[in-house]
Design a binder for this molecule. Sequence first.
Ligand code: GAR
Length: 200
Amino acid sequence: MSDKKRVAVLISGRGSNMSALIEAARASDYPAEIVGVIANKPGAEGLVTAGHNNIPTAVFSLKNYADKAATDAAIDGQLQAWNVDIVCLAGFMRLLSAEFCAKWEGKAINIHPSLLPAFKGLDTHARALDEDVSEHGCTVHFVTADMDDGPIIGQVAVPVEFGDTPGILAERVLKAEHKLYPWALAQVASGAITFEDLKD
Ligand code: GAR
């Protein structure tokens, strides 16, 4: 039996970070395998990509459940059914309930397009340009109930260049994300970095 960690990726849209994880997990010595993809919207483009890669998918829309707790309980049920060890949020644009975050503490990680703790939340690239920072980037961190706030696993900085628009900057950061996320997942899956080590 494989000793690779079983990973589910949660997405809301394009899924380019999901694709980077799928690609990395093809290597025989990568310590994780992608066993399922969950979206909160049936139209999430990444679902198609997951299907092309023969990865099982599931959709859990808030509107089909009584509330967020019920939706997250359904997601948790799917994760159990897939026997998931690690959850990767990859552009999953909805906050998970405190109960879900507590249950998956130390086993759920998220990628965010800024050098946290700077620019939590949305529109990070436009806000970085507004503040005239010289460096921007991305972060992978453990998920806690507070938005974009858990212990940091790794970050990559990119320069902000003269003439950058939010779109140009987003592309530069995204390239860094596609390198950072596979690295960060490998650290967590192999046990090289743990929540216990990082939390204060
Ligand atoms: C990525 O830039 C990711 O960092 C960001 O959404 C994008 C998803 O792109 N996530 C967040 O803003 C979460 N706070 P992708 O679907 O192509 O991976």
